[in-house]
Design a protein around this ligand. Structure first.
Ligand code: IPE
Ligand code: IPE
Ligand code: MG
Length: 248
């Protein structure tokens, strides 16, 4: 008997979106606290949820998943927590590379790599390279990412292009500017989800989410499941996105 193909044909994907879901994975610390455990215990539990969510994407018609793992403001946390998170990222990438590659996931990182340690940067580069030919799910991990920081870095590069005579100031517009953002190859997110009950975006995808739909849910990230993602996707499909126009 022929073996079932590893990847499902694209025709099976349900329509109606969202094509791109972005998640602010919040609440790891409170999840651990509620169990009388250190915050890092929550971060480990949170990291374990990622695989199930990524693997649920194809059946839900989600082609792009972007997750917020560490913000440019998270360096303000204790040295113990920051070091623990960096070590978790290194271990996570080393451990998950194979599963992600076999699942057909293409991984990209956004954010400023300059402040990260060399070992971590190497692992990130390697994961991007190992998965660069995959196309089933495009997973983008925001690591040392800040929306304001991203726009500032983009503007710096844009200004350099103008100074070098490669770009005319009159050509700076809504189409050319996002080419300088970290997300330049990605579509804008259709749906942004934040777990843990906080109704703020903490700098996530500032430019890109101008017309995204938002869901702020109470579930703490380590309790988030593929089932809950499925429910949010179904609810998204009932929304009327007008983009400033009048519904017809
Ligand atoms: C999100 O969980 C993960 C990161 C920001 C790294 P938190 O660590 O912010 O958890 P809470 O918000 O304190 O519960
Ligand atoms: C946002 O969560 C960043 C990540 C989930 C990685 P935070 O917990 O850092 O955000 P604030 O401090 O509550 O706004
Ligand atoms: Mg938090």
């Amino acid at each position: 008997m022929p073996r079932a193909p590893k990847t499902k044909p694209l025709e099976n994907i349900p329509t109606g979106g969202p094509q791109h879901v972005a998640i602010i994975m919040d609440g790891n610390g409170r999840w651990a606290q509620a169990r009388g455990r250190p915050r890092l215990f929550g971060h480990h539990a949170g990291a374990k949820r990622v695989r199930e969510v990524v693997e649920a994407c194809p059946d839900l018609g989600i082609k792009y998943l972007t997750i917020f793992a560490f913000s440019t403001e998270n360096w303000k946390r204790t040295q113990t927590e920051v070091a623990g998170l960096m070590s978790l990222f290194r271990r996570y990438i080393a451990k998950e590379t194979r599963a992600l590659a076999e699942h057909g996931t293409r991984v990209r990182f956004i954010g400023d790599r300059m402040r990260l340690d060399r070992k971590l940067i190497k692992l990130m580069d390697n994961l991007e390279k190992e998965t660069e030919n995959n196309d089933r799910v495009h997973l983008t991990i925001a690591l040392n990412y800040g929306g304001r920081d991203e726009v500032a870095r983009a503007t710096r590069r844009l200004a350099q292009d103008v100074a070098d005579g490669n770009l005319c100031p009159d050509d700076v517009n809504e189409e050319t500017l996002p080419r300088y953002l970290d997300t330049h190859v990605l579509p804008d997110p259709d749906l942004v989800i934040r777990t843990s009950g906080e109704a703020r975006i903490s700098g996530f995808l500032l430019w890109q989410s101008a017309y995204s739909e938002y869901e702020f849910i109470d579930t703490l990230w380590p309790d988030f499941t593929a089932k809950e993602l499925g429910e949010l996707v179904v609810s998204y499909r009932t929304r009327d996105r007008r983009f400033g126009a009048v519904a017809v």
